[in-house]
Design a protein around this ligand. Structure first.
Ligand SMILES: [Zn+2]
Length: 277
């Protein structure tokens, strides 16, 4: 990695805590399917992943109103997990499983149900990953919720990625740990070593998110693509909706599946037995 990359990277220390407070009953049914961003062929690609769907948090409805295709990372076994997956799919978004994983520090209550922790046996890890994939319809990939401890654990990530590969899913390293082994293990297993480059909203202010979006634009223009992660929330949604039309002058917004297909030639389809229809 060159120094320019290091300078640009803005990683949050951990994923935002997920409050298990729910659940808003919002009508999304009228949301129409988003069009592919076909106006900007040949431009650098940007994949926006929005984490922490599934809990009916504020900003959920706004996230379903983006003018371009984004990727919804949905936590399993939560009150609106299934509903959010259905709406995201209907809207034309990519759906991925947002897999709760133990962090080095942080509250266990932020993990959410079905989490992977280092005390689990190999077979227990496998069961948790399979159950999470089964719980999220339309999932074509997975990323980690928190997970600074687990993504540095070669034993566990070996099992997680083996299950992903069996099920036709790729894994996006959210990069909550600088010493993550995910890219290495993914390459060993023949999976695309895709990871987050820039966190959008480790501070929830319009000015910070706007600044991070400028960095996304710079990163994409220097490297031809950029993966960026934000979280369900009204400020993030509003800032994205304001900034996306301006950014379309220099970048193209794509789903994470479009990016891994183009960059790594990843064509696997989710496989049975599974609920990801
Ligand atoms: Zn998360």
């Amino acid at each position: 990695m060159c120094s320019r990359h290091l300078k640009l990277r803005k990683f949050a220390i951990g994923c935002l805590g997920l409050s298990i407070i729910c659940s808003m009953n919002i009508g999304y049914a009228s949301a129409s399917k988003v069009d592919a961003d076909s106006s900007s062929e040949g431009k650098p690609k940007v994949a926006i992943i929005i984490d922490d769907f599934g809990n009916g948090q504020k900003g959920t409805e706004e996230m379903f109103q983006m003018p371009v295709k984004i990727t919804a990372a949905i936590m399993p076994f939560l009150p609106t997990s299934h509903r959010d997956a259905e709406i995201a799919h209907k809207r034309g978004y990519d759906v991925i499983v947002h897999m709760p994983m133990e962090p080095k520090t942080g509250k266990a209550s932020w993990l959410g149900p079905g989490a992977i922790t280092t005390d689990l046996s190999d077979s227990e890890v496998r069961k948790k990953v399979e159950a999470a994939i089964d719980d999220i319809p339309y999932a074509i990939g997975m990323n980690n919720h928190m997970g600074s401890k687990i993504t540095g654990d070669e034993r566990i990530m070996g099992i997680v990625l083996a299950v992903c590969k069996e099920r036709g899913l790729f894994f996006v390293d959210s990069k909550t740990n600088y010493r993550s082994v995910v890219g290495l293990v993914a390459t060993q297993k023949g999976l695309p070593p895709v990871n987050n480059h820039i966190f959008l909203d480790d501070t929830h202010t319009t000015s910070h998110i706007t600044k991070q979006l400028r960095e996304v634009e710079m990163w994409a223009n220097q490297n031809r693509y950029c993966v960026t992660i934000g979280h369900v929330g009204k400020t993030t949604a509003d800032t994205l909706r304001n900034r996306i039309p301006q950014m379309q002058g220099s970048v193209e917004f794509v789903g994470i599946s479009d990016l891994v297909k183009e960059k790594w030639g990843w064509n696997a389809s989710p496989m049975l037995p599974s609920n990801n229809q």
